[in-house]
Design a protein around this ligand. Structure first.
Ligand SMILES: Cc1cc2nc3c(=O)[nH]c(=O)nc-3n(C[C@H](O)[C@H](O)[C@H](O)COP(=O)(O)OP(=O)(O)OC[C@H]3O[C@@H](n4cnc5c(N)ncnc54)[C@H](O)[C@@H]3O)c2cc1C
Length: 435
């Protein structure tokens, strides 16, 4: 059977946050867009809250005082980290507020309206992290906005969350503007919970009456002066099941999910919301993988489809998504672009050609060159070849495939994906790939 031929103006490779925002931005600019994706990537593993830029000048242990808006914090970060995509973008970093507003509009059913400052959200380990955007189910947990005691509610018999430990750990933020915390254990009659995994618990809470039972149990356990309740991040898988709303309605108080570790139900919901946004915008999505491509202009096979587009956005992610592969050394499988790494003041393709294990440092919290390896781009997000020249006509890159940031751990991952996706999608939508 001969492949189905599709012609588009823009081909986006990758269906995570970066690829989806790029496709939506190109579509909004009027381009015919096709998006190819192999599978969910890091976006679906994320906590579902968007880290843009933790203020690098915040004092250790005082995260709640670092309440600068995302653009100012990103400018500060760019000044300190010349390899970070925010620095590489130069003046284009100023598009960050537009990009965040665009993403908020595109994902309006899922995301809470942003504040001028980041929200400080609690993790399942009892730490607080700043998020420029978060899901509606997470917003009421903002440590600076809880009016009263923050109650951490664990499910009796479930071993996945130690509410007492989380509450005790969050107490340390109290002297710095956080709320008093209190732990309760609630029995919602949901059956044997023991070692249920997050998706099993989420599905159980979607069943008729289950979310209401949890809400009622929370209501019965609330101490005097409670201002909001934090629960495990398992409030349903399908947004249409409306589990957070049903729990909060029955509890009679604002209820928020803690930020998730892997596997993350809010991450799965974020991925589902991206896919819904693509469908609503009329972006054709092709299931398949691009490999060994020569670049924009030439037809390329993805599954049973052959796509031709003059401009491409490569948004294939890093190690989780598959945009950068580690087979002894580091490589970029879709187009064979040079991967670059930086160690101290040294940077370039030669470093990336070293055995990957040699790019890790013994100090776990120190910079890990392996984890920030990726494509090098110019300020217009054009991938560069080994000599620093644009690698191909009409090619842009966005998201975690772009190196220079430790996307999974430096608090900028989804923020970079949104900004670079937005800029790359708009640039690709214009003839010639320029701006
Ligand atoms: C465990 C974990 C937790 C994280 N938590 C957070 C968080 O809480 N907040 C935050 O801001 N950031 C977080 N990050 C970082 C953030 O998730 C990523 O930086 C961001 O999701 C990257 O988005 P992306 O679209 O570039 O890549 P991905 O989401 O990885 O998407 C890559 C896409 O490309 C596709 N693809 C790859 N190769 C091909 C190919 N050859 N052909 C076709 N398709 C291909 C993949 O199938 C996938 O669809 C976390 C990362 C990890 C790993």
């Amino acid at each position: 059977m001969s492949p189905r031929a599709v012609a588009a103006e823009v081909l986006v490779v990758g269906g995570g946050m970066a690829g989806t925002i790029a496709a939506l931005a190109a579509r909004e600019a009027g381009a015919r867009v096709v998006l190819v994706r192999r599978a969910p990537g890091a976006t679906a593993l994320s906590s579902g809250a968007v880290g843009v830029a933790p203020d690098p000048f915040a004092l250790p242990g005082e995260p709640l005082r670092a309440a600068r808006g995302p653009l100012e914090a990103a400018r500060r970060l760019a000044r300190l980290r010349p390899d970070h995509p925010y620095a590489v973008l130069g003046d284009r970093l100023e598009a960050l507020p537009d990009a965040l507003a665009f993403a908020t509009r595109a994902l309006a059913p899922l995301l809470a309206p942003p504040l001028e400052r980041p929200r400080f959200l609690a993790t399942s380990f009892g730490t607080a992290v700043p998020a420029a955007l978060c899901q509606r189910s997470q917003a009421a947990g903002d440590l600076l906005a809880v009016g009263g005691t923050l109650v951490v509610a664990g499910l009796a018999g479930h071993l996945g969350l130690d509410a007492a430990l989380v509450a005790a750990s969050l107490e340390r933020y109290r002297a710095r503007g956080g709320p008093p915390t209190f732990a309760v254990e609630v029995d919602a009659g949901l059956g044997e919970l023991g070692l249920l995994r997050p998706h099993e618990l989420a599905r159980r809470l979607e069943q008729p009456g289950a979310a209401e039972a949890l809400g009622a149990a929370i209501r019965a356990a609330l101490p005097a002066g409670a201002g909001a309740v934090l629960v495990a991040p398992v409030l349903g898988l399908r947004p249409e099941a409306q589990v957070p709303e049903r729990v909060a309605g029955a509890a009679g108080i604002a209820v928020a999910e803690l930020l998730a570790d892997v596997p993350s139900m809010p991450g799965v919901r974020l991925q589902a919301a991206l896919e819904a946004a693509l469908a609503a915008a009329g972006v054709e999505v092709v299931q398949g993988a691009i490999q060994g491509a020569t670049g924009p202009g030439a037809p390329i096979a993805a599954g049973a489809t052959e796509i031709t587009a003059a401009r491409w956005v490569l948004a294939t992610g890093r190690f989780v998504g598959g945009g950068i592969a580690r087979r002894g050394t580091l490589r970029e499988p879709a187009l064979g672009l040079p991967v670059q790494a930086a160690e101290g003041r040294e940077a370039g393709v030669d470093l990336a050609a070293r055995p990957a294990a040699s790019l890790t440092g013994a100090a776990r919290v120190g910079p890990q060159p392996l984890l920030s390896a990726g494509l090098r781009v110019d300020a217009r997000l054009r991938p560069l070849d080994a000599r620093g020249r644009p690698a191909a006509e009409g090619l842009h890159a966005a998201g975690a495939v772009v190196g220079g940031h430790e996307h999974a751990s430096d608090g900028t991952g989804l923020g970079v994906a949104i900004l670079t996706g937005y800029l790359a999608g708009r640039a690709a939508a214009r003839p010639g790939g320029g701006e």
